[in-house]
Design a protein around this ligand. Structure first.
Ligand SMILES: Cc1ncc(COP(=O)(O)O)c(C=O)c1O
Length: 380
């Protein structure tokens, strides 16, 4: 234990935080950074200039607080989402992590619970902990799918206040169907909870019509969380948002800090939405690279989990930490998400994908993929 940690423990820290580490992937330098599912395509000069023009105007007004309700930005986000969604259905915050945190602040808390399907995005339990919300984790099938019947049964059994389904799911890439969401919603309505579909990676899905946005109308307990960090190539700007019924947006306004979204953030996001076509232009290429990673890793003998996101989880990795290090030695940084026998790689540009696949081919000569596991009974 470091000296700082020892001193921290003498502070009146909340019991639930004692012994914990801050969350985050290791920030390591490498030529090819394929570890945190960013869109690795850089912004064009034209889009950069367009953002700078908006930011310049915002900077000249920085002596004033920003628009507290971010109306112009929310209107632009609503137009981007379509599905008849209006400004009153949209809320925005500093990344979808803050969106999820606000959901927990409004609907979670002591004697309340949040349920999700493991393995999934590792921030969920941490956000629950930060708001003293009980976290209930139930397993996925061995291929990481979940059926509507199963999801609904888990909601009825555990009666969580908040259920989160990540689709496409991080770190497995698995998407759920609209039918599964419908079934989950029926159970949520019966048990009086809130259903959150985390669609951080929705733009990369094989079938983009499966977005839960299509189900919002008439479902006041459904929240669809989105982000500009992934498809929009705007991870550094920190802009997440959600679509839901106006009463959900009103509830989140009870917990948001006043002026939580800076004028600069709002300007950057509005400019990005004005250039949505160009920014989203890389999505098709990323999907092509993702499919290429799946195909070529499979040809090398790895087990590949079909992905609807901009990353691929692959199994059959005999020693994930060692292969992670071998890749880093080849200047390719990917992520060991701690799932036995697997690693996760972000689909980047064609050049980055080639660098990753070439390194994997070299590595698999000395450390061949583990032979595939015999098919097992699905749990549950
Ligand atoms: C499933 C999922 N949800 C939410 C987030 C948070 O993204 P951000 O806060 O950048 O919007 C991430 C980030 O990787 C994610 O994978």
């Amino acid at each position: 234990m470091s000296e700082t940690t020892q001193r921290m423990n003498q502070l009146p820290l909340r019991d639930s935080l004692r012994g914990e580490e801050p969350y985050g992937a290791p920030q390591i330098h490498a030529r090819h950074l394929l570890n945190v599912n960013e869109n690795t395509h850089p912004l064009s000069d034209r889009v950069t200039q367009s953002i700078l023009d908006r930011v310049e105007k915002a900077v000249s007004g920085l002596n004033r607080y920003p628009d507290r309700d971010a109306v112009e930005l929310r209107t632009a986000l609503a137009a981007y989402l379509g599905h008849g969604i209006g400004v009153d259905n949209v809320w925005a915050a500093n990344g979808s992590n803050e969106i999820l945190q606000q959901i927990l602040q409004a609907f979670g808390g002591p004697s309340r619970s949040m349920l999700s399907f493991q393995p999934t995005y590792s921030m969920y339990p941490l956000l629950a902990r930060g708001t003293d919300t009980e976290y209930i984790s139930v397993p996925r099938n061995t291929d990481f799918t979940i059926s509507g019947e199963y999801v609904a049964a888990q909601i009825r059994e555990h009666t969580p206040t908040i259920t989160v389904i990540c689709s496409p799911n991080n770190p497995t890439g698995t998407a759920v169907t609209l039918e599964t969401i419908r079934r989950a919603y029926e159970a949520t309505e019966e048990t009086g909870g809130i259903l959150v579909i985390d669609e951080a990676y929705a733009e990369f899905a094989q079938d983009r019509d499966q977005s839960a946005l299509a189900l919002l109308d008439g479902r006041a307990r459904l929240i669809v969380s989105r982000t500009m960090s992934k498809a929009f190539a705007l991870a550094g700007a920190r802009l997440g948002y959600l679509a839901a019924a106006p009463e959900v947006v009103a509830a989140l306004q009870l917990v948001r800090l006043p002026y939580h979204l800076s004028a600069v953030t709002q300007a950057v996001a509005i400019a990005a939405l004005e250039n949505a076509d160009e920014l989203l232009g890389a999505v098709d290429d990323i999907r092509t690279q993702r499919d290429r990673i799946e195909r070529e890793l499979r040809d090398m003998g790895y087990t590949v989990y079909e992905s609807d996101a901009n990353f691929v989880l692959f199994g059959g990795v005999s020693d994930p930490q060692r292969i992670w290090q071998d890749l880093l030695d080849a200047s390719v940084l990917i992520r060991n998400v701690g799932l036995e026998g697997t690693l996760r790689v972000t689909a980047g540009t064609a050049e980055e994908t080639t660098a990753f696949l070439d390194a994997m081919r070299t590595i698999s000569k000395t450390t061949p993929p583990a032979s595939p596991l015999a098919p097992t009974e699905s749990t549950p």
